[in-house]
Design a protein around this ligand. Structure first.
Ligand code: DP6
Length: 356
């Protein structure tokens, strides 16, 4: 509810952030949710086009949405970017402007835009995902510039903002193809597609570990891993087998196998980072305490499996009915953390006029 209230403030007729904005009209507003990869993407073979080395497979969540409004501003000389109520600066702003340039090029238009984006994540939780951010921006910006892209084209476009964003275009489970070839061929063949699994609806207990800002951005960390980690190629190769096994396990609806494969794939990814020079270590003592809690749960006969991204937080896959017990155990294992249970969530979409 608080997120929705915050969003109404952002876009409602009485809540616009300044007199200038009200002259720009309502614009286009999109909402998108983050996703968690069960088979991870880590490493780019083309940084400019954002082409991953490996295929990845994820579950879009029903928590932590990003709401983004894009209004065209024909009078403006530069794009305006508001992130969580404040003007964005530096790299976050640059990434949005580069993305808008791409949309303008596709639309054959030149007007600048005012972007207002709000993440519903707890501040400093380390889950302010670029996935939901660029998926929402792709949907809102293409609508604002009058482009009508099919889901595949939208996913390819979102990938240019952040590869994981290509998956948040879709709800439920999505597979992102690393693509083939180089240049335009790679760009055309790297996108996500839905993996329809109507009956597979596990819980994902998110353990938010309080560990301050991350030391290395995921972008820099994955570059360093690819360039210097002797384990990277081995992980990328084993990831192919993980994906094959994962698809089979998902089709069987076999949560235990899905969890085991997801956990080994994530731990392998973190091993590649630990072997980078200098090492990239996102896992904190509290992360390890949560992982111990997961092991204890399994010893006690509860199916629970962990995955971690470029940060200390742990996401634990389990049967929905086990989620309260999993949450309680993780809290006891790492008393400083907070937990929340997510389920599969919807794909990115435009908000209708009624909702605005
Ligand atoms: C560890 O998609 O944030 O979460 O493409 O550089 O923006 P860029 O990276 P991003 O990386 C996500 C990496 C990951 C694993 C995953 O989500 O697949």
């Amino acid at each position: 509810p608080t997120e929705e209230a915050g969003f109404a403030e952002l876009t409602g007729p009485t809540g616009s952030t300044g007199p200038q904005e009200s002259l720009l009209g309502p614009g286009s507003t999109a909402v998108a949710h983050p996703n968690i990869a069960l088979i991870k993407y880590w490493g780019k073979r083309d940084e400019q086009l954002v082409i991953p080395y490996v295929d990845s497979l994820s579950m879009t969540l029903d928590v932590f949405p990003t709401h983004t409004t894009v209004r065209l501003d024909p009078e403006a000389q530069t794009d305006g970017v508001i992130l969580d109520g404040r003007p964005a600066e530096g790299e976050p702003r640059r990434r949005v402007v580069v993305f808008l340039d791409l949309v303008r090029e596709l639309a054959g238009r030149t007007e600048r835009a005012a972007v207002d984006t709000r993440n519903a994540v707890p501040t400093g939780a380390g889950l302010a995902s670029s996935a939901s951010g660029f998926a929402a921006l792709a949907v809102a910006a293409t609508a604002a510039y009058g482009l009508d892209l099919d889901p595949t084209a939208l996913s390819r476009l979102a990938r240019r903002g952040s590869a994981s964003a290509s998956r948040s275009i879709f709800g439920g489970f999505a597979l992102c193809h690393a693509g083939r070839g180089v240049g335009e061929a790679a760009d055309l063949s790297s996108y996500a597609e839905p993996v329809p699994l109507p009956d597979f609806d596990p819980a994902l207990v998110v353990a938010l570990v309080n560990a301050g800002p991350k030391a290395v951005s995921s972008r820099a960390a994955m570059r360093r891993t690819v360039e210097t980690s002797p384990l990277y190629q081995a992980w990328a190769t084993s990831s192919k087998g993980d994906l094959t096994d994962m698809r089979a396990a998902l089709l069987r609806g076999d949560l235990e196998a899905v969890g085991e494969i997801a956990e080994r794939n994530a731990l392998g990814m973190h091993a590649t980072m630990l072997a980078a020079r200098p090492a990239v270590r996102y896992l904190s003592p509290a992360t390890v305490a949560v992982l111990d809690g997961v092991l204890q749960l399994r010893k006690d006969g509860v199916a629970a499996y962990a995955t971690m991204d470029a940060g200390p937080n742990v996401k634990v896959l389990c049967h929905p009915e086990a989620a309260p017990r999993v949450a309680e155990t993780l809290l006891a294992a790492a008393p400083g953390c907070s937990v929340l249970t997510a389920r599969r969530g919807p794909g990115a979409r435009l908000r209708t006029a009624d909702e605005q």
